[in-house]
Write a protein that binds this ligand. Structure first.
Ligand code: NAG
Ligand code: NAG
Length: 363
């Protein structure tokens, strides 16, 4: 009697374990694929001759182990928080030598600092991987997956993966607005945006054709509020966000919103989301106390006015309390902001991520 009760109990345990494991499997992505620029780069440029690299201190000062990894941040990025939440190992940089074998099943991060939609964006940094190159890497990754697990399983992984695209800021900051810009000489801003959007559309469609089915396109952040831009207007703008660049970000983002809608209407077996980094970051900047921040226009690490003129360097002092700063360096947010944004992407309202949040996308 005792023995059969024991067997029954064991059976119940095993069943509930299997059930909970299965439901856990269903409410998260199969893998993560990340396209973009330095906002989401985890070290793509570490192994190439690039000036856009962050694999030195004090970057990573709050990262597990305090190590600089290539992330332009004191700590973790949005993708790190998402992978922690979903309990999938973080996707490695595509060109990381450790990105091989079973590790490929977790996805990959193609994002490269200095990169843009256009190939000539970020030329001043020497080597970087523009969007078109990142899309080629995604195609290569798929081939590797097929070799590893076969066509059917590879397709299942790609279709169930969280795919994000965070690109565009550099097409303005490291292309159109550089001191001697052939693009600016040739195009008005509206014309330039008209050039960017169809290229991005083509790139997102390729990502779809390769097999992605859950695609999040991120709008650019409040470009006019980054310490780099605020420092350029030192003396005339009193540390406030610079309207001209805010307007550019809004104009570009408005086109992204339409692009996402258009893609959704044509590619109906995929789900496209738009994440509104602009409004969310602007909220933090305008109501810092509400979110626990004190310093919104000054880089935690960087030199010149507002710490915004010279990138965070090896020997630069670092602000003591990184959780109180919105910006880590002249261009990039702190881990504290990334944590908040990732929570909003998972559970937030349509004003942050539309037409649904990430927990709904993977429900
Ligand atoms: C970038 O270069 C590649 C290879 O030369 C080309 O196929 C692609 O169309 C270019 N992309 C853009 C956005 O100009
Ligand atoms: C986010 O998604 C959840 C479902 O997981 C949903 O219940 C909730 O309403 C969404 N959040 C907001 C604020 O819309």
């Amino acid at each position: 009697m005792a023995q059969s009760l024991w067997a029954l109990w064991m059976l119940a345990m095993v069943t509930s374990w299997l059930v909970s494991r299965n439901t856990a499997m269903a409410d998260r992505p199969t893998a993560m694929f990340i396209f973009g620029d330095s906002l989401v780069d985890v070290g793509m440029n570490n192994n190439v001759p690039s000036l856009a690299r962050a694999n030195y201190r004090p970057n990573g000062i709050d990262y597990p182990g305090g190590v600089p990894t290539g992330r332009f941040c004191n700590g973790r990025l949005i993708s790190d928080f998402l992978s922690e939440y979903w309990r999938i190992p973080p996707a490695l940089a595509y060109d990381d030598p450790a990105n091989m074998g079973e590790t490929l099943l977790n996805g990959a991060n193609f994002a490269s600092a200095g990169a843009g939609i256009l190939n000539d964006t970020g030329m001043v940094f020497n080597k970087r991987f523009p969007m078109d190159q990142q899309v080629d890497f995604f195609r290569e990754h798929k081939e590797k997956l097929i070799a590893l697990v076969g066509t059917e399983e590879a397709s299942r992984i790609l279709a169930g993966a969280s795919v994000s695209i965070t690109i565009g800021s550099n097409d303005f900051l490291s292309n159109y607005f550089i001191p001697i810009s052939p693009r600016r000489a040739r195009y008005t801003l509206p014309e330039y945006i008209n050039l960017l959007i169809p290229e991005l559309k083509r790139q997102v469609m390729s990502i779809y054709e390769i097999g992605a089915r859950k695609i999040v396109v991120a709008g650019v952040g409040p470009l006019g509020c980054i310490p780099f831009i605020i420092a350029m207007r030192f003396g005339t703008n009193q540390g406030r966000c610079v309207e001209k660049y805010q307007q550019i970000a809004m104009d570009f983002n408005a086109r992204l919103v339409s692009l996402v809608q258009e893609l959704q209407e044509t590619l109906t077996d995929a789900t496209f989301l738009y994440s509104n980094a602009f409004d969310l970051s602007l909220q933090l900047i305008q109501n810092p106390a509400l979110y626990g921040f004190t310093t919104v226009n000054k880089a935690c690490c960087g030199r010149g006015p507002y710490g915004g003129l010279i990138a965070c360097n090896r020997f630069d002092p670092v602000c003591p309390d990184r959780t109180k700063y919105v910006f880590w360096d002249p261009f990039h947010p702190t881990e504290a902001v990334n944590r908040l944004v990732s929570q909003q992407l998972l559970f937030g309202p349509p004003s942050v991520i539309s037409p649904m949040n990430l927990s709904q996308l993977f429900a």
